[in-house]
Design a protein around this ligand. Structure first.
Ligand code: NDP
Length: 250
């Protein structure tokens, strides 16, 4: 915890980091924080307007060079993931980190009544997009000195809970993807792989999941940034394969 919270200016200088779900909540905060730390950020989300506002803020306040991919990850496939990897290679010639953060909640419905199309949408967005992008981006990450992949988990990705449906299942699978990949690359690659469970955080998704909750009782996305920037840095090698709770680092 002390290491994570130690102030390190420009920890991510000149790294290139892709962030999915970068238009709002935790992903937006990570985009701004990584850019403040010197990284060139590549931002994916559906909302072009929100991404452009973040682009403008980064351009106005840092010397870094962001790139936007306004894209719906529900429709991603291996070919498009490869095109994204090629575009990053062309623009920057490198990739140092990926934060898989985009997710949708889906219905709060029992498995018995869960709508089948929504099941597919949630699994595609939250899980399959991570698989396609991991396959496409791994070769590029492996050429970095200290490649990083941070997956985003949840409390319901470790213990199932009634009515969390496809979201919970997608998070269990995300933990599995992280662990499997971590084991595969542990001896052969400089890439380190982690998962983070942010825990209840003051965002739109949390407000939708818990409409009765007072948002001011929750930590902000910004409060989690020391952990995220630490994991993206060269100091986090020893965390390889771990699933971390962001609350432990507040
Ligand atoms: P938000 O709903 O605030 O933000 C989600 C982001 O994902 C937005 O930028 C959204 O952008 C993007 N996104 C959603 N669907 C798609 C899609 N189909 N294609 C591309 N981008 C998409 O969520 P949080 O910041 O709260 O959550 C971030 C991560 O943390 C998620 O993985 C979530 O599961 C996890 N988490 C959050 C907790 C919390 O309390 N907040 C607790 C536990 C885990 P756009 O709409 O523009 O596409």
């Amino acid at each position: 915890k002390a290491q994570v919270n130690a102030v390190n200016a420009n920890l991510l200088t000149d790294k290139v980091i892709l962030i999915t779900g970068a238009s709002d909540g935790i992903g937006k905060e990570a985009a701004l924080e990584f850019a403040r730390q010197g990284a060139h950020v590549v931002l994916i989300a559906r909302s072009q307007d929100k991404l452009e506002a973040i682009y403008d803020e980064i351009e106005a306040t840092t010397d870094t060079r962001p790139t936007l991919f306004p894209y719906d990850l529900n429709t991603l496939n291996p070919d498009i993931a490869l095109e994204m990897a090629q575009a990053i290679q062309q623009e920057y010639g490198r990739l140092d980190g990926v934060l898989f953060n985009a997710s949708i909640l889906g219905s709060k419905t029992t498995i018995a009544d869960y709508p089948a199309q929504q099941w597919l949408d949630v699994i595609n967005t939250n899980l399959n997009s991570c698989f396609y992008l991991t396959q496409a981006l791994l070769p590029l990450l492996e050429t970095a000195d200290a490649g990083r992949i941070v997956f985003t988990s949840s409390g319901v990705g470790r213990k199932g809970r009634a009515t969390w449906g496809a979201y919970a299942v997608s998070k269990f699978a995300t933990e599995g993807l992280m662990q499997t990949l971590a084991d595969e690359v542990k001896d052969s690659s400089s890439v380190k792989v982690f998962a983070v469970n942010p825990g209840g955080t003051r965002t739109q998704m949390r407000a939708s999941a818990f409409p009765q909750e007072a948002p001011e009782t929750l930590p902000s996305a910004k409060q989690h940034m020391p952990l995220y920037r630490y994991l993206m840095s060269e100091q986090s090698d020893h965390c390889h394969g771990l699933s971390l709770d962001a609350y432990d680092y507040l």
